[in-house]
Design a protein around this ligand. Structure first.
Ligand code: MF3
Ligand code: CO
Ligand code: CO
Length: 259
């Protein structure tokens, strides 16, 4: 069964969603050539624990060794922060944060450009953000999850990019990864019907080349099989009576909090 949040639970999801947004706003100024992904992890960890009095849910989640995911260039998702991974001008890096507070999770990610990015990198990043926004605009009571997937897939493929199939969005609340699975491809009218009070993430991973991915030997890092660029953006969304509310909205977002 899919969880419907009470008004009290929704307040806690709003609070932790704001913490996720503030982490991504905070980290922006640290993302520049020369910084290591381990340093970004340390900064986010300290901010979460000391400043927000929250817990970084990824740390030790199913054995994940760090507090955030840092996925550079051809890394699709779940990149492990490392002292050996220095960012350089032209890279793109997805930072994925999931604070937990008062028993609830807020999950959000953004792909940043490092220094001077290529025309292709910029287009991939902006198209992926637009995929997320188009899916969010589908969210309302009575809509089906397949409507969201269809919106993402049609726009990505029109731009001649491809949608990763192996990973999806998810219900979120007291449980980090809950039902339902939120596919980033699909047919309109398919899948479950949305109801007010549901909370889930939408987190499309869009590849510049083919859709195929592979898992590295560390059993976390997911890369594109063709080693071409990939981008991802993620928000945690509440279904409201009117439509949607973005619980992890940031100041740099170019979509309204509610629709
Ligand atoms: N934040 C990721 C997501 O969007 C999950 C990371 S799980 C971890 O669902 F263990 F890799 F951190
Ligand atoms: Co997620
Ligand atoms: Co995430």
């Amino acid at each position: 069964m899919i969880n419907i949040n009470t008004p009290e639970e929704i307040d806690k999801m709003r609070a932790v969603g704001r913490l996720a947004a503030e982490q991504l706003e905070m980290i922006e100024e640290h993302i520049k050539p020369g910084v290591t992904t381990a340093e970004l992890d340390r900064i986010c960890h300290e901010f979460t624990v000391e400043h927000q009095q929250a817990v970084p849910a990824p740390l030790n989640y199913k054995g994940f060794p760090k507090s955030i995911c840092t996925s550079v260039n051809h890394v699709v998702c779940h990149g492990i922060p490392s002292d050996d991974k220095q960012l350089k001008s032209g890279d793109i890096v997805n930072i994925d944060v999931t604070p937990k507070k008062d028993g609830f999770h807020g999950d959000s990610s953004k792909t940043f450009l490092v220094g001077d990015a290529s025309v292709l990198a910029k287009r991939l990043v902006i198209v992926t953000q637009e995929c997320l926004y188009r899916a969010i605009r589908c969210v309302r009571p009575g809509a089906h999850l397949g409507d969201l997937g269809h919106a993402i897939q049609t726009f990505a493929e029109k731009e001649r990019f491809s949608v990763v199939r192996e990973y999806c969005g998810h219900g979120i609340g007291r449980i980090f990864h809950d039902e339902p699975q939120v596919m980033h491809y699909g047919r309109p009218g398919s899948g479950i019907e949305l109801q007010p009070g549901m909370t889930f993430t939408i987190e499309p991973m869009i590849n510049a080349g083919k859709a195929a991915v592979k898992l590295l030997r560390d059993e976390w890092t997911v890369v594109t099989k063709d080693h071409k660029l990939t981008a991802q953006w993620e928000h945690t969304i509440l279904v409201t009576d009117a439509g949607y509310e973005i619980l992890t909205l940031r100041s740099d977002d170019t979509i309204d909090r509610c629709g």
